[in-house]
Design a protein around this ligand. Structure first.
Ligand code: ADP
Ligand code: MG
Length: 432
């Protein structure tokens, strides 16, 4: 994969696909980690005399066409403002994605200047399944610039116009963030030092079953057959896009909302906790596979519960794995915090995705804090992946070196660990 630093950019306009999809509370950015992570590549290109046009998606615009989506938002305006603040220079926000406004800006930009296109998901074509529809948007995006740099790691698992189709139309390279993310994930997937402990939390088990299957070595959960690129034969998997057979974990610590489906599969009562009943058969078979493979699966042994899902709900500890009716589990309990701490204490490699509790509510954040602290004491490779997990740990004010790497990509890092080829990486590797 070619590196952005190897592109000749002086006097040229470079389109940088970044991941600036930051969490918001109303009009306020609650965690600007993704914007900060995109700065090194943008700065490096500017310092070498490029004009930089940044392209990114934001939230989930709804509506049938461009006009409806652009009217409903969300606009990248607050992100443009924060980006300008962090870069210390003006950032011109285009009034559209790849229309008249973007074209005028692109054709009048000078070296050292930065522009941001509007939310690329205002364009329904961005996420279209139809190659030709995506290709139309990719053509308009490519026409804005001379070169393309892919640096939006969090979107690399999407076969979207700005991620997959546009780089194929321009000289292209990978940005620093993408290269750093891939380097770390490659370490995780090529003979990790053992014990290799994986902590999984978050809301839904369905989001994570594929990666769990892979981590316990389930038959049939190996890398998905490379999906057709829609153009030419599928390229063989190369070192950058994903490993052929990711190694399995030694230990899997399961918490968060998904733990209740695991507990239910083991015959426990989960009260009113979030439960994906339809997933119980898959979870049961994953548990059996783990047993066969000798992967230890550790589930919560106690809980912090409440009678409703709210920040001001009264927290209450339930001793033991069963949760009575009328109560919902919102965090792991004190005995589980201790158990997880012990199960992490001898780890040499850790991957953590998904908060073990509803950390957004301070009364239910102790489990997330305990897991973060336990991982911070591990000497070895420690990786946190997932938008919410990354935001959670950044708010804990742990020392900067508490983790080897905080990934900006949730879905992207999970798919990489599943051994799947990421379309965005494949496009960046093409022809270079
Ligand atoms: P990430 O973005 O790190 O991949 P997810 O998006 O999978 O993580 O999950 C994050 C969400 O999971 C958080 O908003 C958190 O509140 C929620 N969550 C954690 N534990 C529970 C629980 N016990 N019940 C409901 N939601 C939970
Ligand atoms: Mg999330």
């Amino acid at each position: 994969m070619k590196r952005a630093e190897d592109l000749e950019v002086r006097g040229r306009t470079v389109l940088v696909r970044a991941d600036l999809n930051v969490p918001m509370d109303g009009a306020a950015i609650t965690d600007d980690g993704r914007i900060r992570a995109s700065l090194p590549t943008i700065r490096e290109l500017l310092s070498r005399g490029a004009a930089v046009i940044v392209c990114a998606h934001f939230g989930r615009p709804k509506g049938d066409d461009y006009a409806a989506r652009a009217a409903a938002g969300p606009s990248l305006r607050p992100v443009a403002d924060r980006l300008a603040e962090l870069l210390g220079q003006p950032v011109t926000l285009a009034g559209d994605v790849a229309g008249e406004s973007a074209r005028v800006i692109a054709s009048t930009m000078a070296a050292g200047e930065v522009a941001l296109l509007e939310n690329v998901r205002f364009e329904p074509a961005e996420t279209s399944k139809d190659d030709r529809v995506r290709g139309g948007l990719a053509g308009r995006l490519a026409a804005l610039a001379d070169e393309y740099v892919g640096d939006g790691f969090g979107a690399m698992h999407r076969k979207h116009a700005s991620v997959y189709d546009t780089p194929l139309l321009l000289p292209h390279a990978a940005g620093q963030l993408v290269l750093a993310e891939v380097a770390v994930l490659r370490q995780l997937t090529t003979s990790p030092a053992r014990p290799y402990v994986v902590v999984l939390g978050g809301a839904k088990v369905s989001d994570k079953l594929a990666v769990i299957g892979n981590l316990v070595g389930s038959a049939g959960s190996g890398p998905a057959t490379p999906r057709s690129a829609g153009s030419g034969p599928a390229t063989p998997r190369s070192a950058g896009s994903g490993p052929a057979t990711p190694p399995h974990a030694d230990r899997l610590l399961i918490a968060g909302g998904m733990a209740y489906t695991f507990l239910a599969a083991r015959g426990h009562q989960v009260g009113d906790s979030i439960l994906q009943e339809e997933q119980i058969p898959q979870v049961t078979s994953v548990l059996a596979d783990a047993e066969t493979a000798g992967v230890e699966v550790v589930l919560p042994v106690d809980h912090v519960v409440a009678d409703r899902f709210a920040a001001d709900a009264e927290p209450e500890v339930v001793h033991g794995p069963d949760i009575p009716d009328g109560k919902m589990g919102l965090d792991i309990g004190p005995a589980t915090r201790e158990l997880f701490g012990r199960k992490l204490s001898d780890a040499k490699t850790v991957f953590w995705n998904g908060p073990p509790g509803v950390f957004e509510f301070p009364a239910f954040a102790a489990g997330t804090l305990a897991v973060a602290e336990a991982i911070s004491h591990v000497t070895g490779l420690t990786v946190v992946g997932g938008g919410d997990s990354a935001a959670a740990v950044r708010h804990l004010n742990l020392p900067a070196d508490a983790f080897t790497h905080i990934s900006t990509g949730g879905g992207a890092s999970l798919e990489y660990l599943e051994g799947r080829e990421l379309p965005g990486l494949r496009a960046l590797e093409a022809g270079s």
